[in-house]
Design a protein around this ligand. Structure first.
Ligand code: PLP
Length: 379
């Protein structure tokens, strides 16, 4: 039977995050810093708008592209990240996940090279591969940042696409305008398309997020992906969007109309309401958790202060354990789930990813247990 399965599908590995997630399902004694999921409920106004729409019986398909009011609302909203666009250049997707799949399928021809800085979100390489592209990883260890020189050494692959994510999962790194301009220079020189995953844009702790599409000329070659999962705690509602130039958004819509038809109307209505929610308090709360967790963790492990998202990415190199050994033993011996850094690419080896989007109480216990575990390795 296995010969009947598509070769590319057979050869990809299941997500390393899910493997750890499955280990903790149903175990109440475990504190999970494993999955990147907000710990607060979706804002009440969003829930109310969805309940109301269901009461009115609004359960039909929407247009393939999504509700016009939502697309126009997103165009208005994205001005805060420096992008001037219109609802016509926006496609509502079932999460950034679908947007990513559509973007890659829309621009990649068999054999086209996509540059993927890593460590990176787990979906980039498999989805590039499934779109019949060739993912080429750019290790970014030790500062986890891309720059012009690093990119230049990959010119020989004649890349067509660059997939970038900032603030970054799993490293928490983000980019300044000057750093983005360096990346844009390379993109122009090589006539490339960028897929810019900005899902953590609102969770930027230093300054304001600036979209790659806001740089001069980059709006013509950038597919911005964003969504409601992280900032508004809407992970299970599966709602996101893509902003792209005319031809690309049309191509993505073509795939979307056959494979998805439209994003769920209830989630679209919730998203429209979410755009009105002020995120200042959410950001401040995550920053409080970040400061507490990272400062505590620094007593035992080397860790950079994340500039965005809700992940800390400490080095465990000093412990003599591999990332997987560390994560497995921490889970077994101390009941704390984290994700081994190598789940995000080879240059994540020697690190673990801790999602600090849990309650302060859990965070306090988790960091003490991690400390006890590291100390126990010394004896
Ligand atoms: N992109 C990044 C960088 C992520 O971390 C995640 C989820 O963890 C996703 C995309 C998936 O987002 P969505 O829930 O919108 O599909």
């Amino acid at each position: 039977m296995s010969r009947k399965i598509n070769e590319r599908v057979s050869s990809i590995e299941p997500s390393g995050i899910r493997r750890f997630f499955d280990l903790v399902v149903g175990r109440r004694d475990i504190i999970s810093l494993g999955v990147g999921e907000p710990d607060f409920p979706v804002p009440w106004s969003v829930r109310e708008s969805m309940i109301y729409s269901l009461e009115r019986g609004w359960t039909s398909y929407t247009s393939n592209r999504g509700l016009k009011e939502l697309r126009d609302g997103i165009a208005e909203y994205y001005k805060r990240f420096g992008v001037e666009t219109s609802g016509d250049n926006i496609l509502i997707t079932t999460g950034v996940s679908e947007g990513l799949d559509l973007a890659l399928r829309a621009v990649i021809n068999p054999g086209d090279v996509a540059l993927i800085p890593e460590p990176c979100y787990v979906a980039y390489k498999p989805l590039t591969f499934l779109a019949y592209g060739e993912p080429v990883e750019i290790p970014t260890y030790p500062n986890f940042k891309l720059n012009y020189d690093k990119l230049k050494s990959y010119e020989r692959f004649e890349p067509k696409v660059l997939i970038i994510n900032y603030p970054n999962n799993p490293t928490g790194v983000t980019y300044s305008k000057r750093e983005l301009e360096e990346i844009a220079d390379f993109v122009f020189e090589n006539d490339m398309i960028v897929v810019s995953d900005e899902i953590y844009a609102e969770l930027t702790y230093k300054g304001r997020h600036l979209s790659l599409a806001s740089l001069n000329g980059m709006e013509e070659r950038t597919i911005v992906l964003n969504g409601f999962s992280k900032s508004y705690a809407m992970t299970g509602l599966r709602i996101g969007y893509a902003i792209a130039p005319d031809e690309i958004i049309d191509a993505m819509t073509k795939i979307h109309q056959y494979s998805m038809l439209c994003a769920p109307i209830t989630s679209q209505i919730g998203a429209l309401e979410a755009l009105k929610v002020e995120l200042e308090r959410v950001r401040a709360e995550y920053m409080r958790k970040r400061n507490y967790f990272v400062n505590r963790l620094r007593r035992f492990l080397n860790v950079k202060m994340p500039e965005g998202a809700f992940y800390a990415f400490p080095s465990i190199r000093g412990t003599g354990l591999s990332s997987e050994e560390f994560a497995e033993r921490l889970l077994k011996e101390k009941g704390v789930a984290v994700v081994p850094g190598n789940a995000f690419g080879r240059s994540g080896e020697g690190y673990i990813r801790c999602a600090y989007a849990v309650s302060m109480e859990k965070l306090k216990v988790a960091v003490e247990r991690i400390g006890e575990f590291v100390e126990s390795l010394k004896s």
